[in-house]
Design a protein around this ligand. Structure first.
Ligand SMILES: NC(=O)c1ccc[n+]([C@@H]2O[C@H](COP(=O)([O-])OP(=O)(O)OC[C@H]3O[C@@H](n4cnc5c(N)ncnc54)[C@H](OP(=O)(O)O)[C@@H]3O)[C@@H](O)[C@H]2O)c1
Length: 235
């Protein structure tokens, strides 16, 4: 997969990491970048093509797939985080929303655009996941982590299915990134532009997975530690 000359569709491209993806793709020579947002008027990147997409709406995805026949790269970036304990009364409502946006949404987009990617030679998909696919911050990220773990598993299965049509899938795992989603976090954060630089390089190198920072690599190693990192309490 080469970024230069590609035609990308980035979900949640109006702010945060999605806006950085749109910028980074244009800087890396993408021929066209469709910047998808729930409100396309909030896309402020000169040269990008704003399109309307709520990833929880099946009709939006289906309609876009009929309109954007030249896409060669899908960046599943849109996501939400509703933090709080799983024992709270609203936890199941919050879980449904996070699953619908963070796990079902990316699957819906891959389903909608897989035929387009196949027709255009294979292309690629980037799924934006998290170090929290593998770890839960106690009392805080139970629902978010479950949605990202589901998205991780779905992506692993999709990678196998997409291989038959020559489409690559990169799973991007990162710890805190300096965007609105992590605004209240005091810990170290990676800049969105750096995450994008690493992700585009990983996609071009044909990697199935990118662990974008030292924390994420540490946590992934901890999956096989004793006790495993997801059992040990972390602040
Ligand atoms: N920030 C972090 O620390 C961090 C770390 C690891 C992974 N991530 C992941 O990185 C991705 C980008 O997050 P971010 O940090 O850039 O967060 P953000 O600043 O809160 O931006 C989230 C983006 O997703 C869009 N979005 C939310 N729900 C949507 C929906 N139903 N349909 C379409 N777009 C929707 C938002 O659009 P609106 O403007 O309309 O709300 C916004 O563009 C997410 O998947 C997140 O889980 C973030």
């Amino acid at each position: 997969m080469k970024i230069a000359g590609s035609v990308a569709l980035v979900t949640g491209a109006n702010r945060g990491l999605g806006a950085a993806f749109a910028r980074g793709l244009m800087a890396a020579g993408a021929a066209k970048v469709y910047a998808a947002a729930r409100d396309p008027a909030t896309v402020a990147l000169p040269g990008a093509v704003p399109v309307r997409l709520d990833v929880t709406r099946p009709d939006d995805a289906a309609m876009l797939a009929t309109q954007l026949s030249d896409v060669t790269l899908l960046v599943n970036n849109a996501g939400i985080a509703e933090f709080g304990p799983l024992l709270a009364p609203n936890a199941i409502d919050a879980l449904h929303k996070q699953f619908e946006t963070n796990a079902v949404g990316p699957l819906r987009l891959v389903q909608a655009f897989a035929p387009t990617l196949a027709r255009n030679g294979g292309g690629g998909v980037i799924n934006v996941l998290s170090v929290l696919s593998w770890l839960t911050l106690p009392g805080t990220t139970g629902g978010y982590s479950a949605s990202k773990a589901a998205a991780w598993a779905l992506g692993n299965a999709l990678r196998q299915e997409l291989k038959a049509q020559g489409t690559e899938l990169l799973a991007l795992h990162a710890a805190f990134i300096d965007t609105d989603m992590a605004r209240g976090v005091a810990s170290a954060k990676t800049s969105p532009d750096e995450i994008v630089r690493l992700a585009l390089a990983a996609l071009e190198a044909g990697q199935p997975e990118l662990l974008a920072d030292a924390t994420t690599r540490d946590v992934q190693r901890g999956l096989v530690a004793q006790p495993p990192v997801y059992v040990e309490q972390r602040a």
